[in-house]
Design a protein around this ligand. Structure first.
Ligand code: OXD
Ligand code: MN
Length: 581
């Protein structure tokens, strides 16, 4: 296979001349090709088979122990306009970054195969979708891209028709953390990644294209590329509302997107459209519509069990690539909190011993096609996307943020999104459990200056008067003993239900300085046996704590200087003065 697109053909041949692969393979995206690469990896040991009776078509890949998460300190946005990139990103001038990368790439694919992966982010026939091509020397990347994107011949046909595509070059290099960089060139729609095989660093369609490059492009074109799940909530009467929700990495987006309602709400249904990324466009009627650019899930494995996420648990019993989990003696995948079986081998391939740490790495992952999910929405492939009724922000906060609250306006909602802060998790290298600012859950993913990004968000207010309502949730409040105050998981349905009732104007709320909170009996929780004092702390605010939070948030906003949109400053002032009165 080759291509009619001259620009693509020339780029592939330039990269081959630089990297010197022994072979070049154009991926067609077929099942036969997937199986062929799986067989090749089983042959060289980079993949091992799992128990084919209990887990048909499931495989295990163990990465280099130094290459198990995104590396934010080695991830750069490269442009000659430093201010446009913002202090929220690592920055490098274009020429310096290219020089560095080209030095690393020189001859790096000798003895290897270079795969050409044309892919489409979003339904193949959607006007909102965008295409890219990833060149990689990693067969692991090829099989993951097959599950995560629409890749191969169909995507190439679209690229040949449209002409425009994102160029992503990836090499695993030597997996040396000292020779590892993830570079983005948004002005020329290109990505260069070297030295890591880990998902977010190597599957370039995901974070690199669908968030960092796409967010830059979305600003120019008037849409939004967000770190959001998309779900449909269907009532017993058969009415479905769509919600997009942004939480930082490893804070439960996959679980919420696949939620199974508790017994009391068994006539309700939650449908999954996406679990990580949403592209939001305004249609000609002024309605914000969402598509999921991805076609699969790259989910955190530990903690997934029949109770926490039955849909995911069932989905990953077959046709799944596991990365960095442990194994039982009979080769079933095993992870902490699986609540089934015993580990025999850990994620480093050693005999399991509790003293050596967990059997599965805390950021171990499953890769699986979205079509394996029983709750996959029939509209997930709709080229026109789904209309969004509510946007929800959330973080992992032991204290402070109530269970749920609603913004007073779109502009106030943008302030709430900008104020998201959350405890760090194992999805990125670095210490876990520290509270850090993570506006819109986009700290690692916004490809440009946050101040300009907030201006872009604010600009939607002038474009329509039917914008979604904005909310904030926090499933993670704890008491002094570290016990969670809210049961979470399926019970979160009760919060979603309140959110939709608020959107429809069906339920009242109490107004506070930070937004609208549920009334005493606003949520249907009578059967949950939550102590009144606990419920009170979940649904009220502590003014002193909030004054401190807003003051710290104010200093953070100040750090954006003159670029900060005045409207955001005004919204911030309004909350502060409401807290003072
Ligand atoms: C992810 C992440 O993998 O956010 O989705 O790290
Ligand atoms: Mn994510």
């Amino acid at each position: 296979m080759t291509t009619k697109n001259q620009e693509l053909a020339a780029w592939v041949s330039d990269v081959a001349a630089l990297t010197q692969p022994d072979r070049l393979v154009w991926c067609d995206g077929s099942e036969a090709e997937y199986q062929q690469i799986v067989d090749l990896m089983l042959g060289d040991g980079s993949l091992s088979p799992l128990n084919s009776e209990t887990h048909p078509n499931c495989y295990l890949h163990l990465s280099d122990p130094q290459d198990v998460a995104r590396v934010e300190h080695l991830t750069f946005i490269c442009s000659d306009d430093k201010a446009a990139v913002g202090d929220n990103n690592n920055w490098m001038p274009v020429a310096d970054a290219k020089q560095k990368m080209n030095d690393l790439y020189a001859g790096c694919m000798r003895g290897r195969t270079m795969y050409v992966i044309p892919y489409c982010m979003g339904p193949i026939d959607s006007p909102y979708s965008r295409c890219g091509v990833e060149l990689t020397d990693s067969p692991y990347v090829v099989i993951n891209m097959k599950l995560m994107t629409r890749m191969g011949a169909r995507a190439l046909t679209r690229i040949e028709k449209e002409g425009k595509f994102v160029k992503g070059l990836h090499s695993t290099g030597e997996l040396d953390p000292e020779r590892r960089f993830i570079m983005h060139f948004p002005e020329e729609l290109s990505i260069m990644s070297y030295g890591s095989g880990y998902g977010g660093n190597a599957l370039l369609g995901k974070k690199c294209h669908a968030l960092r490059i796409a967010s830059w492009q979305a600003r120019q074109e008037g849409w939004l590329a967000e770190h959001m799940l998309i779900l449909g909530l269907e009532s017993p009467e058969g009415e479905t509302h769509y919600i997009a929700a942004a939480f930082p990495s490893a804070c439960g987006k996959t679980n919420l997107a696949m939620l199974i309602p508790p017994e009391k709400f068994k006539d309700w249904k939650v449908w999954t459209l996406g679990d990580d990324i949403a592209w939001l466009h305004m249609d000609t009627e002024g309605q914000l519509r969402a598509i999921n650019p991805e076609a699969g899930y790259f989910g955190v494995v530990p903690g997934t069990n029949a109770k926490t996420n039955r849909n995911a648990y069932d989905m990953i019993q077959q046709d799944t690539i596991f990365t960095n989990v442990g194994k039982t003696a009979d080769d079933q995948p095993w992870w902490e909190d699986k609540k089934h079986g015993e580990p025999s081998v850990d994620w480093k391939g050693n005999s399991y011993a509790a003293a050596n740490g967990p059997a599965a790495h805390p950021n171990s992952r499953f890769t699986v096609s979205a079509t394996g999910n029983k709750a996959y929405s029939s509209l997930a492939e709709a080229p026109e996307g789904v209309p969004i009724s509510a946007i929800v922000f959330g973080g992992r906060r032991r204290e402070l943020a109530p269970l749920v609250y609603q913004a007073k306006s779109w502009e106030h909602g943008v302030l709430i999104g900008a104020g998201v802060a959350s405890e760090t998790t194992a999805a990125a290298t670095g210490e876990v459990g520290l509270v850090r600012r993570d506006p819109m859950a986009m700290k690692p993913f916004c490809g440009y200056n946050f101040a300009d990004y907030w201006s872009h968000w604010l600009s939607f207010a002038g474009r329509t008067d039917t914008l979604p309502k904005i909310f904030h949730v926090n499933w993670f409040r704890q008491n002094e003993d570290g016990d969670f105050l809210w049961p979470g998981f399926g019970e979160n349905l009760r919060v979603l239900q309140w959110i939709i009732q608020r959107c429809k104007g069906e339920v009242g709320a109490k107004e506070t300085a930070i937004g609208y909170l549920p009334n005493e009996h606003g949520l249907d929780i009578a059967d949950l046996n939550i102590e009144p004092a606990v419920w009170e702390s979940l649904t009220s605010i502590n003014d002193d704590q909030w004054r401190q939070e807003m003051t710290e948030f104010g200093s953070y906003l100040d750090s954006f200087g003159d670029r900060l949109p005045p409207e955001l400053r005004k919204q911030h002032q309004q909350v502060l003065s409401a807290l003072a009165s």
